[in-house]
Design a protein around this ligand. Structure first.
Ligand SMILES: Cc1ncc(COP(=O)(O)O)c(C=O)c1O
Length: 397
């Protein structure tokens, strides 16, 4: 049996989204900017998708939705919009968290080279950015605060409306990367009072290469691509209408079944967590409850996450490891480092991310496979032997 448990990396496109995408490509192929009837048909389809998506993410107006190529582009554009706001009002500081996605971290790195002061606040040991940490870091010179809604490696949820309120108290903009949250947990731009929000269709069973940037009315998104006047002069390029229509369908389905899926996926996660925590010297990273339903990250002391991932892959189980294998060296995950996990432990982590497509039977198979693989890997691990014989102290209290 082939098991896919890497839904935080990407989800399988739903049947409905695929059908909508194909039908739109076949029947609605005009360019939305063209004045003829084919173009107008495409334009009204685009407006319909914008309206549906706007309603589903709690926008006040359809025009607050900008269509992009995905989460990375939306994050980049939001951060450049924050920088432009800073330049306009003479503010030079940007605050973020140390466990953001690389699209945020690298965009901020580019602003540092432009002279911005970038301040990263650490989440607490449970993977939550505490409002007090933002209170301590923010001042009148802050142009933008950008903090993700759900972390992609450990799944923890952040107190977005409290953080946005603090940002606004110093007249800073607030952006959230909600790529791992949209379609999985309730989100309302209006209720949370965010200025910008990023989302990506392929994380909620939509197609890849299409995303959303919510930009609150009154704020103009800074262009990061040059070209024509599409997306209200915010994002040039002929719109990916089949992808956008499919994204709207996928988001509608996800929001309509959110409660049911949340309960179902949470029950699978709890079952798997319980099973895996029976393995000695094992940790669940991040808060037990304050998280999106499907993402889990475990540390198995004394083994390498990459080795476990490959062993599971040989059994046709797809998960992800917390380490990025670059140029032959295992770089510890910046997320696990940010929550204060000792470096030795960061190497032994894997991420399992479930969706409503997974079954209880699959969870049983995953648990059994991990138990067997961890035992095998520990039998070969010098570190583990040393911990067992008392030469080395366990890092897990
Ligand atoms: C939290 C987060 N932000 C941004 C992205 C980037 O999204 P995309 O793949 O659509 O560029 C991802 C994708 O893994 C993510 O998990």
């Amino acid at each position: 049996m082939s098991i896919y448990a890497d839904n935080a990396a990407t989800t399988k496109i739903s049947k409905n989204a695929l059908e909508v995408m194909n039908k739109t490509a076949e029947n609605c192929y005009g360019n939305p900017s063209s004045v003829h009837s084919h173009g107008q048909m495409a334009s009204s389809m685009l407006y319909k998708a914008r309206t549906v998506i706007g309603t589903l993410v709690g926008a006040s107006l359809p025009e607050e939705i900008v269509f992009t190529s995905g989460g990375s582009e939306s994050n980049t554009q939001a951060i450049m919009t924050g920088a432009a706001y800073g330049e306009k009002y003479g503010k030079t500081k940007i605050i973020s968290s140390s466990f953001e996605h690389h699209s945020v971290l690298n965009a901020l790195e580019s602003l540092k080279r432009r002279g911005f002061e970038i301040v990263f606040i650490d989440p607490d040991r449970n993977g939550i950015v505490q409002p007090q940490a933002l209170e301590d870091a923010i001042d009148e010179n802050t142009a933008l605060v950008t903090i993700m809604t759900a972390n992609n490696e450990i799944g923890t949820l952040q107190p977005i409306s409290a953080l946005a309120k603090i940002a606004h108290s110093k007249s800073a903009l607030f952006h959230t990367d909600a790529v791992q949250a949209i379609g999985h947990v309730p989100f309302s731009a209006k209720e949370f009072n965010v200025d910008m929000m990023s989302a990506s269709a392929h994380k909620f069973h939509g197609p890849k290469g299409v995303g959303i940037l919510y930009v609150k009315a009154g704020l103009k998104a800074t262009q990061v691509i040059y070209g024509g006047h599409q997306e209200n002069n915010s994002r040039p390029g002929t719109e990916n209408l089949p992808g956008i229509a499919a994204m709207a369908a996928a988001l509608k389905d996800s929001v309509l079944s959110m409660q049911k899926n949340y309960e179902y996926i949470s029950s699978l996660r709890k079952k798997l967590t319980e099973e895996l925590l029976t393995i000695p010297n094992t940790l669940l990273n991040g808060d037990t409850d304050n998280r999106v339903p499907g993402i889990m990250n475990f540390v198995f002391e004394g083994i390498e996450g990459e080795a476990l991932l490959l062993m599971l892959d040989s059994r046709d189980i797809s998960v992800s490891s917390g380490s990025a294998c670059t140029a032959g060296s295992l770089d510890p995950s910046h997320v696990l480092k940010s929550i204060g996990l000792p470096e030795d432990l960061t190497h032994g982590s894997i991420r399992i991310s479930l969706s409503e497509d997974n079954t209880e039977e699959e969870v049983d198979i995953i648990a059994k496979a991990i138990k067997e693989c961890v035992t095998k890997l520990r039998d070969m691990s010098e570190t583990w032997q040393e911990i067992q014989s008392g030469i080395r102290k366990s890092e897990i209290e």
